[in-house]
Design a protein around this ligand. Structure first.
Ligand SMILES: [Zn+2]
Length: 71
């Protein structure tokens, strides 16, 4: 899955629309805006329609805030 749109964000917690790269299915979900979440968690989310994860060329978004920033 990848993030299609971030709907709202409060500090590092956000709500986003995730989109499957393979079948185009979208799902709304929560997220946490740090590097691990973008690089590992989202890339390993399986689509609930086709069951696939992100492709090998998945490129994570950069975080809104750096990991060391205190919010
Ligand atoms: Zn899919």
């Amino acid at each position: 899955m990848k993030i299609k749109t971030i709907k709202s964000q409060s500090r590092r917690d956000f709500t986003a629309i995730y989109e499957c790269e393979h079948c185009g299915a979208t799902v709304e979900g929560y997220g946490y805006d740090d590097a691990n979440f973008h690089q590992n968690v989202i890339a390993n989310m399986a689509c609930n329609q086709c069951g696939k994860k992100a492709s090998d060329d998945y490129r994570p978004l950069v975080t809104k805030y750096a990991d060391h920033e205190v919010l």
